[in-house]
Design a protein around this ligand. Structure first.
Ligand SMILES: C[S@@+](CC[C@H](N)C(=O)[O-])C[C@H]1O[C@@H](n2cnc3c(N)ncnc32)[C@H](O)[C@@H]1O
Length: 379
């Protein structure tokens, strides 16, 4: 059984620092931030804990080895020298996926089959198997060989489906936000669960639902399964403790004032169903309403939203009108902070104010800016 393991929390471009902050908040200090990932060393129990708790990471991968490889022989020998038997059982099934960027070894299918052969040889030797490995599929490990500038990184995917799949999204609209990005949008604000929170373009409800999960400190992975749940080298105890910890830390009594509204009746129904699936019942108020009619009642609130971007032909004038309306409304609520994610380059002009802060983010493949207007809090 390994004591410590090196883990990678993969992150969408621009979210690395937010993922790193989450990793540190879980108590892991040896953290390095790289492009698209956060690398950290931690006890094996971090595998269940990070999978359960990380809100903004895409996946958690276990690093088996990292080395330079300029030839297929080198890739084979160095892969074979790694302690695969520590992680993969004799009957374990382990498909190998791969990618290669700016490297001498550019043929991905060849790299995959060489890595596969090297691991098979290693395991046959270690388990004393003369013929073929059974790979019966009871234990499943997805191996990845990722080569970048001639450095091979060999990992096992501990998450299975991406961590954005919380298990609550039973319905969605045309352009749903990834749950991990929605959580990140909230985490860069200073919203406190005691304060009102509104998403007036809520669509399928992702931002409001993520806010409710954050507000009650509910682990985002609580309702799903992970690829590594039955891996032999992770004691069952670690998983049990991680789930118990998640139960203990949840603050189901925390009152919340979260509202999601949308012009579409259908989207509101979808959002409602998703919230029920997330176990939030009626914790979030859902309302069919156009943004023009937004009139927050309390002070010191947070508006976090992902409105339409107006990228499609014909919808631009309507979207620009909406941004103007929103700017006009929010000027009457100076104690509110407003956070808008959009790819529309003229957003500030239309909204009528320069953002206090801007942050470049990708929504999938769309280049966006996250416009942040800080409210002047009143006592
Ligand atoms: C990009 S989608 C939001 C997606 C959402 N973040 C999610 O994860 O599902 C924009 C939403 O704005 C809504 N919308 C369009 N015009 C609106 C208006 N004038 N007032 C309020 N909502 C509007 C659309 O119905 C759509 O659901």
């Amino acid at each position: 059984m390994p004591q410590n393991v090196t883990l990678i929390a993969t992150a969408a471009m621009g979210l690395e620092a937010i993922v790193a902050r989450e990793v540190r908040a879980l108590g892991y200090e040896d953290v390095q931030v790289e492009n698209g990932r956060v690398v950290f060393t931690a006890p094996v129990s971090a595998i269940p804990r990070t999978n359960l708790w990380l809100r903004t990471a895409d996946r958690v991968k276990l690093v088996v080895g990292r080395f330079k490889a300029y030839s297929f022989d080198e890739l084979f020998e160095k892969t074979k020298a790694l302690p695969w038997e520590t992680f993969i059982t004799e009957e374990g099934e382990f498909p190998v996926i791969g990618k290669s960027v700016k490297s001498k070894l550019y043929s991905v299918p060849d790299c995959q089959s060489i890595v596969k052969k090297a691991i098979v040889e290693r395991l046959k030797q270690k388990y004393g198997v003369a013929s073929i490995l059974k790979e019966s599929g009871d234990d499943f490990y997805r191996v990845e060989v990722a080569i970048h500038k001639d450095e091979a990184l060999l990992t096992l995917d501990t998450s299975g489906s991406g961590l954005h799949k919380r298990g609550y999204r039973v319905g969605q609209g045309e352009a749903p936000l990834k749950e991990t990005l929605a959580a990140a949008l909230i985490q860069v604000t200073n919203w406190h669960p005691d304060q009102p929170f509104v998403d007036p373009f809520c669509g399928s409800g992702t931002i409001a639902i993520e806010a409710a999960l954050i507000g009650q400190n509910i682990a985002p992975g609580f309702n799903r399964e992970f690829a590594s749940e039955n891996w032999g080298f992770i004691e069952q105890n670690h998983w049990d403790q991680a789930f118990e910890e998640a139960e203990d830390f949840a603050q189901y009594d925390q009152p919340l004032t979260i509202t999601g509204s949308d012009i579409s009746h259908d989207m509101i129904k979808i959002a409602e169903n998703n919230a029920v699936e997330a176990g939030l019942g009626d914790l979030v108020q859902w309302k069919q309403m156009q943004v023009k009619d937004l009139r927050p009642r309390q002070e010191n609130g947070y508006l976090v939203s992902n409105p339409p971007y107006g990228e499609r032909m014909g919808e631009r004038p309507e979207v620009e009108e909406m941004y103007r309306d929103l700017g006009m409304i929010m000027r009457d609520y100076p104690s509110w902070s407003t956070y808008i994610l959009t790819s529309h380059e003229k957003f500030e002009l239309l909204y009528g104010e320069k953002a206090t802060k801007k942050r470049k983010l990708f929504n999938g493949f769309i280049k966006t800016d996250y416009y942040q207007y800080f409210g002047k809090h009143v006592k």
